[in-house]
Design a protein around this ligand. Structure first.
Ligand SMILES: Cc1cc2nc3c(=O)[nH]c(=O)nc-3n(C[C@H](O)[C@H](O)[C@H](O)COP(=O)(O)O)c2cc1C
Length: 406
């Protein structure tokens, strides 16, 4: 592997140079992709624990932070500890977060989300809604009034994020949550003006942007979207290119390209199915004899799709989108070493890279890369972090919790 030990002696290496996107200047091109932290209080306010996590990332040299998803409305909640930016009384707490990040010179972008068909009734105390009733999840089809309410909720969320001092917002249009359900031909089967053609599936986003622009003018608004979906009738790269062009037309300032839906298993976060940890964490399964645990493991690995490859799996889609638009493109997914990052940035394949899991195990990874202490992330893509998040705060759970021997 190519090792770059003294970045200052290099010419033409843009990775550690500042980059400006929609007027936000990031000190370098490696940012933290949205990662749900599970440490907000029940009213949706960020806790001191969350602030500490972000301080560690800022201290560790990240070019910028995209928050874990923040809810714009009660109905779109998927857990009790989802941070919420739908109410005025939460804004002060977010202000403290943005203030601390700015004191450290780290831009911070709020990711706004509605979980759609992946919302949880136990947390929202409201029916689960999605664009269409399909077998991928249990949800009722949204009424037109409900769609208009969601548009208002996103616009209010954007206004609140601006007031809270975030440098910009990222609208979550990926991973099978509500807005990605709307743009996906697989998940949106509506026959009215909100479904069918690309323009109709895009209508909800168009209206969010148009209304938001009236309110917040040129405030930075970026989008995270699926460049493709690995399932039948899912988004193709050609379709995501069309969506990206429409986004550019309505004033989107940049796009982070990802992939995946609830049905697509480990398409978003490639790597191992964390079944050994799942068994150990489940009281019933853990009591089973070893041969049964083995059997459960075999079934789990068969049932959870694990698309390949594991590295840089969104790059091709991101490059196709970048070809078609004139706004900055960020690529996420399976980026684990400096060589890959240098290739993406210095060969002008994308404008920025973002990472999630590598920062869970090493918040100071960018500094390590910068000084040449390390060129490879320690993350082994075991995906224990995903299971752990159901039990406690975000952290690397590898070696920290019991796993089944089977
Ligand atoms: C524990 C965990 C939580 C995540 N939470 C979010 C989230 O809130 N919003 C989001 O868009 N993506 C979320 N992701 C997906 C990541 O942002 C990223 O797209 C994905 O993990 C692939 O990048 P990586 O290979 O660098 O981890 C999460 C991923 C993990 C592992």
């Amino acid at each position: 592997m190519k090792t770059l030990f003294d970045q200052t002696k290099l010419t033409g290496n843009k990775v550690f140079e500042p980059f400006t996107l929609a007027g936000i200047t990031f000190p370098n091109r490696i940012i933290r992709s949205a990662t749900f932290e599970g440490v907000s209080d029940e009213s949706g306010k960020p806790t001191e624990q969350l602030l500490k996590k972000y301080e560690a990332l800022a201290k560790g040299g990240v070019g910028g932070i995209i928050t874990g998803f923040i809810g714009v409305g009660q109905q779109g909640k998927a857990s009790d500890n989802t941070p919420m930016i739908d109410k005025a009384e939460n804004i002060e707490a977010f202000k403290e977060l943005t203030k601390r990040m700015h004191e450290m010179g780290t831009p911070i972008i709020a990711q706004l989300n509605h979980c759609g068909g992946q919302s949880k009734e136990e947390s929202s105390h409201m029916p689960v809604v999605a664009p269409s009733k399909i077998s991928d999840y249990k949800a009722k089809e949204m009424t037109k009034t409900e769609i208009l309410e969601v548009i208002e909720a996103f616009v209010q969320g954007i206004k609140n994020a601006k007031e809270a001092g975030f440098d910009g917002v990222q609208i979550h249009v990926a991973h099978g949550y509500l807005l990605s359900e709307f743009v996906s031909p697989r998940m949106n089967r509506r026959k009215d003006e909100w479904g069918g053609s690309t323009e109709n599936r895009f209508r909800i986003l168009k209206m969010i942007f148009e209304k938001a622009r009236e309110e917040v003018l040129s405030y930075p608004i970026i989008v995270k979207m699926n460049g493709y979906e690995t399932l039948k009738n899912g988004m193709t790269v050609a379709e995501s290119v069309k969506i990206a062009k429409l986004l550019e037309q309505v004033g989107c300032d940049g796009i982070e390209v990802s992939n995946g839906t609830i049905k697509a298993g480990l398409a978003t976060m490639r790597g191992q199915v964390p079944w050994k940890m799942m068994i150990a964490q489940n009281q019933k399964l853990n009591k089973m004899p070893e041969f049964m645990k083995n059997f459960v493991g075999i079934v789990a690995r068969k049932m959870v799709p694990q698309p390949q490859p594991k590295n840089l799996y969104n790059l091709e889609a991101a490059m196709s989108i970048r070809e078609a638009v004139n706004i900055p493109i960020i690529v996420v997914g399976g980026i684990t070493n400096l060589e890959e990052i240098e290739d993406v940035i210095n060969n002008d394949k994308c404008d920025m890279v973002s990472m999630s899991r590598p920062f869970i195990i090493e918040s100071d990874l960018v500094n390590k890369f910068r000084i040449g202490k390390q060129t490879q992330s320690k993350c082994i893509q075991c995906n224990f972090c995903i299971v752990g998040l159901e039990k406690g705060p975000l952290k690397c759970y590898y070696g920290k919790l019991p796993v089944s021997k089977a």
